[in-house]
Design a protein around this ligand. Structure first.
Ligand SMILES: [Zn+2]
Length: 403
């Protein structure tokens, strides 16, 4: 998932000291887009944090990244385990990782954001089985799903890293240099960290309000997480996918069939998903993120077609890119219907000649929003920021021939 957050996403207790980060965070991760092929990569944002989706915690815990949370390991079938990760920092989540056991080796889906998380996952894998990782799939190019690639190859030199051709191309253009961009002296991440340290040192917000005890503890934790992230990035080694595919690739892992597919552009230009027909398990990458979908730089109509095809698989277990494991297709169908509603409404708005700002006002997704947010203010803010605002823009671009 990508970006981003604003002060509205901070809990009230932190609002005062968060204020200084708000505009910075919104601007954060924004980079010139010249490095990648036109139309393929996010034009305006690094894929930073989409806030609430982290790890299916539900309730208030799901409304803010929490690097202190423990990894959750869930077995969804014999020989199929999901690692639901803690967030890397207060601004970065980490995608779910799935480990699929075959007769002679393993398939791993996504390698997290922090190399240290990938390393810990490999330790967990070695406790589960002595079989080697033979394939690692990167479901898409966003950093929170593939920065651990080199750690896997270090541990399993014979492994192949699979990705869609477009994903590999964009990873080479953007992921390879990402840690260095974070570490640059004038980076937004450095400015954020400096600001957080100053707030801690003064125990006061930029507005001069005293920092609460809870705010101080949280800020200390956030600073430590950012420092750890940067320390890791100093020795980061980029590892590109070693094996690409265009539409489909099926791995026959002894008794288990692992279908890797790409249908259309959706969340990114090169989304891959995995289906295990024998077990009826679907692994979606960020084509599906719960509890609130994530829409920056997406391709709305093709995304709908993809989700409809995924729903038709009638999977028994759905592992989304972030968030809790789904045991039926209800949420998947809900997201597809929500996207359809937005695309329809935006198309009608453009047919009436409305400009983007007016089209925004014309779009009403009230019932969907209510079901996804429970009318919780913080979740509503997140819904607006990571879903509604970007999806209307993308649908508008699509309806006016700009995508
Ligand atoms: Zn993600």
């Amino acid at each position: 998932m990508e970006r981003s957050r604003s002060m509205t996403l901070f809990p009230v207790v932190l609002l005062s000291c968060a204020a200084m980060f708000a505009s910075a965070a919104l601007a954060a991760r924004t980079e010139p887009s010249g490095a990648e092929p036109a139309g393929e990569a996010p034009a305006r944002a690094e894929p930073a944090r989409a806030p609430a989706q982290g790890a299916g915690m539900g309730g208030a815990a799901a409304t803010r990244p929490d690097p202190a949370r423990d990894v959750e390991v869930v077995q969804v079938a014999d020989g199929v385990h999901v690692f639901i990760h803690p967030d890397a920092t207060e601004s970065w989540p980490q995608g779910n990782t799935v480990v699929i056991e075959g007769d002679r080796g393993l398939v791993v889906v996504d390698s997290a954001y922090l190399p240290s998380t990938a390393r810990a996952d490999i330790g967990r894998i070695r406790k589960l089985t002595s079989k080697p990782v033979r394939y690692l799939l990167n479901t898409h190019w966003h950093y929170d799903h593939n920065l651990g690639n080199s750690v896997y190859l270090e541990a399993f030199p014979q492994a192949e890293i699979i990705a869609h051709e477009a994903t590999r191309r964009i990873m080479n253009a953007r992921v390879a240099g990402y840690p260095a961009r974070v570490l640059a002296p004038d980076s937004q991440a450095q400015k954020d960290l400096k600001g957080m340290r100053e707030t801690l040192a003064s125990a006061k917000s930029p507005a001069g309000e005293p920092l609460s005890e809870e705010g101080r503890v949280r800020l200390e934790r956030d600073v430590a997480a950012r420092e750890a992230e940067m320390a890791e990035f100093k020795t980061f080694e980029y590892q590109a996918p070693t094996l690409t595919f265009d539409q489909d690739l099926t791995l026959y892992m002894g008794g288990r069939e692992v279908q890797i597919r790409h249908l259309y552009r959706g969340n990114t230009p090169g989304d891959a998903f995995v289906y295990l027909p024998g077990e009826k398990i679907l692994i979606t990458g960020d084509l599906l993120v719960s509890p609130i979908p994530f829409a920056f730089n997406s391709y709305p109509s093709e995304w709908i077609r993809t989700l409809q095809a995924l729903a038709a698989l009638d999977a028994r277990v759905i592992v989304s890119g972030h968030g809790a494991i789904q045991r039926d297709g209800a949420y998947l169908r809900e997201v597809a219907a929500l996207l359809e509603s937005v695309v329809d409404q935006v198309r009608q708005a453009t047919e009436r000649g409305l400009r983007l700002d007016d089209a925004r006002k014309a779009v009403d997704v009230g019932p969907f929003r209510l079901r996804m947010t429970g009318d919780d203010k913080e979740k509503n803010d997140i819904f607006n920021e990571v879903f509604l605002t970007p999806i209307v823009e993308r649908a508008y671009q699509e309806a006016t021939g700009q995508l």
